[in-house]
Design a binder for this molecule. Structure first.
Ligand SMILES: Nc1cc(-c2ccc3ccn(Cc4ccc(CN5CCCCC5)cc4)c3c2)n[nH]1
Length: 242
């Protein structure tokens, strides 16, 4: 997979080169390009923003600079990339989105700052490539870079050879529609707190049942909305009786 990121703060994307992701890049499982939007300015001030038409707080990012940047970064004789634009006003980014994007050969992230990017950039790009405006949560960040880092990590960990043990990606929370329950490791007793007996019983059926119960209970208390979404048959008779 090829990933490009356009930003006025390239240094914000440095974490992509670290740890697991850094290894995957070294092993050429993923290629990552980070581009400074200001490289496509032509004025002495390297301006990337201007006042909003119609008034309102803050500044908006200029369409001409973004247009030239995306023309170059997204240029390809073959299929164009999928352009991803983080924004508070986007469709929610979920694990389903990550799974869908993990099948893409090429993603380009357009990271805005200020109050966002002139809408014509998205509208014009959509004429020649798939474009998605996405939100990573109902809170307002200062720019798109942290959102891009978040989404790149969620997608990259699903790619073969990137994650240490691929199995855990299948057992992700949300993959069965529930939050995952608690996890434990040695020591057996820590500050007078023992590991739940069932986990040391060797009874795999009982362990699986206990883990499902813990997941249901945690989901019920923390994310009841996820329970509404679960297909009824997934909540077996005992669960439904809870
Ligand atoms: N999930 C998520 C993604 C982002 C995100 C992504 C990309 C950019 C580019 C700039 N910003 C900052 C910004 C954008 C918009 C406003 C205006 N808006 C007015 C109404 C109320 C909400 C805010 C203020 C600041 C960004 C923020 N935040 N959260």
């Amino acid at each position: 997979m090829r990933i490009d990121v356009v930003t006025i703060f390239p240094e914000y994307l440095a974490p992509l080169r670290a740890a697991l992701l850094g290894k995957a890049i070294e092993r050429e499982k993923i290629s990552v390009g980070v581009h400074d939007l200001r490289d496509w300015t032509h004025d002495v001030h390297r301006a990337v923003d201007d006042s909003p038409y119609g008034g309102g707080p803050g500044m908006v990012m200029k369409p001409d600079v973004w247009g030239e940047a995306l023309d170059e970064v997204c240029a390809s004789p073959e299929a164009p990339p999928r352009l991803i634009v983080p924004t508070p006003a986007g469709r929610p980014f979920t694990q389903r989105t990550a799974v869908r994007w993990s099948a893409e050969p090429w993603l380009v992230f357009a990271c805005g700052r200020y109050e966002g990017i002139d809408q014509r950039v998205v509208d014009e790009a959509a004429e020649r490539m798939p474009v998605e405006e996405v939100s990573i949560g109902d809170y307002v960040l200062v720019g798109g870079e942290v959102a891009a880092l978040t989404m790149v990590e969620a997608v990259a960990r699903l790619l073969p050879g990137v994650l240490g043990n691929p199995a855990s990606a299948e057992q992700d929370s949300f993959s069965d529609g529930l939050l995952e329950g608690p996890s434990y490791t040695r020591p057996e007793v820590w500050r007078d707190r023992p590991v739940p007996d069932v986990l040391r019983s060797g009874n795999h059926a009982a362990i699986a049942r206990w883990r499902r119960d813990q997941a249901l209970e945690r989901t019920y208390h923390r994310r009841p909305d996820l329970l509404d979404r679960l297909p009824a048959q997934d909540l077996n008779a005992k669960d439904r009786a809870r």
